[in-house]
Design a protein around this ligand. Sequence first.
Ligand code: HEM
Length: 432
Amino acid sequence: MGCTRAVICSQPEVAKAILNSSAFADRPIKESAYQLMFDRAIGFAPYSEYWKNLRRIAALHLFSARRISAFESHRQALTNSMLESIELLAQSQPNSSVKIRGILQKTSLNNIMGSVFGRSYSFGCGDSESEELASMVKEGYDLLGIFNWADHLPLLGFLDLQGIRRRCSDLVPRVYAFVQNIIEEHRASPANRDKGDSDFVDVLLSLQGTEKLSDSDMVAVLWEMIFRGTDTVAILLEWILARLILHPDIQAKIHEELDSVVGNTRQLTESDIPKLHYLQAVVKEVLRIHPPGPLLSWARRSIHDVHVGGHLIPAGTTAYVNMWSITHDEKIWEDPLSFKPDRFLPSAGGVDVNIMGSDLRLAPFGSGRRACPGKALGLQTVHTWLARMLHHFQWLPSQDHPVDLTEVLRLSCEMKAPLYAKPIKRNTVPFQ
Ligand code: HEM
């Protein structure tokens, strides 16, 4: 690909060999990622002691089961406001049809801002700080998602024909000012960690000795979390709702499951989720049929020569795993183009595939040492929000904007046309 030596694989065994090999522990160099400081954050940092240290800190203080469950009340409070705004919006529209994407994105951004920065924002209310945050996230997401010719044809880099370098240079000082301001506020009033009210900024500020991070490294790490954690969750939920609107029989089965596990006299809690087997199978089937990172976000780079599947792959080669092709391969999945959550339910003759990285037939969070560290948090958020959205509403198609499943590949694989849906309230359990 241009001057980049690349291999692409579409078989689970080869994908496993690549993603789990210590040789493929680096990411390819991407100009926009470096310009946006991500080489000092987990996702693009070269394989090094620095990267290992960041992963260890994040695993312990942001992604551990204890931290995830400590933030349940935060996730639930956000769900309450999300459901309330969906209800209000539906009432104010002539056909009760609501554009879902913006609501999911804002809730998802607030979710990450709460757990990482201890902050909450009111988007769309004219608050300048919130507007600045939303606009920076959008710009950064666009910049990382653009296919940059200069990554593969270095001579073009000088010309900056796509304007990527200029846009990155405009964005970085804004990000720096925004995140640095939050860091300073945390410095000025440190959290009482004994009371458990600390967020990830407090954690980073408390690091000492060899773990201590410079301010610019902290900005990079914190900024990356906003990126990685926001759109992944929102995009997946939009796909799931789209599928459930197109398959009302499947939606009805989730409603049945919710009625039997939760009933209609109390609010759903996260302790209910492990009992919602069908809902979890639906999430898996959406991850299979619309894998969020079908190709590009999976790229790895070999740090030394290595043999894979009998072929020599030289150091510096970029390896792509074509997850879309694997999850649509009829030799691996029966009737791969059909949406059938039952394929994951042993009680319906299916197989309970582990999606956390051990089975490369479906590994939406990657695999090996660079697998997604936010996978448990991401899945918990998706399961909780989805379950609550379905517990509260029945979702019907919008008359004016039919569901369109056309995909577009940006940083993730997204729905090209935003989803509109008509929510019908189905229970009156008060929000707590
Ligand atoms: C549905 C939700 C999500 C999906 C589908 C997803 C998917 C992925 C994928 C495919 C990778 C590349 C893995 C590899 O190379 O093997 C990745 C990496 C990463 N993800 Fe996620 N992710 C999700 C949620 C999150 C969340 C919530 C966070 C953090 C708040 C996060 C943070 C990261 C980071 C930091 C990396 C880079 C890891 C490294 O290079 O060491 N992700 N994610």
